[in-house]
Design a protein around this ligand. Structure first.
Ligand SMILES: [Zn+2]
Ligand SMILES: [Zn+2]
Length: 68
């Protein structure tokens, strides 16, 4: 998944995810500095699905915790 802003730049894979902007970023987006004070996750292609799964699991845990 390449960055739409930096399509012609090497290393433009979106391997960062800004939790505050709720969008994926590439290394060049990070250099701009807009997200330096945001919560940014580093994601890897093969881990990406696991990250989403973990978020869903944590939601279930939170819900069950409230119900109990
Ligand atoms: Zn970019
Ligand atoms: Zn951001």
């Amino acid at each position: 998944m390449a960055c739409r802003v930096h399509t012609s730049v090497l290393g433009n894979l979106e391997n960062q995810y800004c939790m505050d902007c709720e969008k994926s970023l590439c290394n060049h987006c990070m250099v701009v500095g807009t997200h330096t004070e945001h919560r940014v996750l580093t994601i890897y292609r093969h881990v990406c699905k696991e990250v989403v799964a973990l978020e869903e699991i944590s939601r279930h845990i939170d819900c069950s915790g409230i119900q109990v």
